[in-house]
Design a protein around this ligand. Structure first.
Ligand code: ADE
Length: 242
């Protein structure tokens, strides 16, 4: 998968050198480039923002550097990449969207700052990109970089080969609409708390049943809003939990 990120703070994306994504880059599974939006300005101050037409607070990102940056990225590919513009007004990121984006072979992230990017850029970009506005949730961040990091992490780990043990992708929270079961490791007794006896039993059937029950209880207690969707996926077990 190829990923390009355009930002006025390229250093914000430095964590993408670390951990599993850093390794996937070194292994050639993910080809990631970060571009400094200011490299596409031509004035002495490398200006990327200006005051809003119509008045109001804050600054708006100018269209020209964005158009040049996006042209630069588009010129490097024959395909039609997905352009993700993070913003609080976008489609909420969830596991289904991460899975959908993981099927694309080229993602481009345009990280806005200030009050946002001049609206005409969205339309301009649609010539070369499938434009998607994606939100992390109903709160406001200072810019798109943290959201780009979150989307990239959620997507990249679904790219085949990035996670060594593919089984760990199957059983995790949100894959089938239920939260994950609780996990324990050594020591068996710690600070007056013990590992549930069933996990020491060696009885794989009992362990699987206990874990499933824990997933149902957890989801009902912490995220009851998820239950209707999970029920559609596996109604008979859920009848027990609710
Ligand atoms: N930029 C500002 N707020 C955001 C949010 N909630 N999600 C994605 N990008 C954002």
């Amino acid at each position: 998968m190829r990923i390009d990120v355009v930002s006025i703070f390229p250093d914000y994306l430095a964590p993408l050198d670390l951990s599993l994504i850093g390794k996937a880059r070194r292994d050639g599974l993910i080809e990631l480039q970060v571009h400094d939006l200011r490299a596409f300005t031509h004035d002495r101050h490398r200006t990327v923002d200006d005051t809003p037409y119509g008045g109001g607070a804050g600054m708006v990102m100018k269209p020209e550097p964005w158009a040049e940056a996006l042209d630069h990225v588009a010129a490097q590919t024959d395909s039609r990449p997905t352009l993700i513009i993070p913003g609080p007004g976008g489609q909420r990121l969830d596991q289904a969207l991460a899975r959908e984006l993981a099927r694309r072979d080229h993602l481009v992230f345009a990280c806005g700052r200030y009050e946002g990017i001049d609206e005409r850029v969205y339309d301009y970009a649609a010539r070369d990109f499938d434009v998607r506005i994606v939100s992390l949730g109903d709160y406001v961040l200072n810019g798109g970089e943290v959201a780009a990091l979150a989307v990239i992490e959620a997507v990249a780990r679904l790219v085949p080969g990035v996670i060594g043990n593919a089984d760990s992708l199957v059983e995790e929270s949100h894959e089938d609409g239920l939260l994950e079961y609780p996990v324990y490791t050594k020591p068996e007794h710690w600070q007056g708390r013990s590992v549930p006896e069933v996990l020491l039993s060696g009885d794989h059937g009992r362990i699987a049943a206990w874990r499933h029950e824990q997933r149902l209880q957890r989801t009902a207690a912490r995220r009851p809003d998820l239950l209707p969707r999970a029920a559609a996926a596996g109604a008979e077990q859920l009848a027990i939990a609710v």
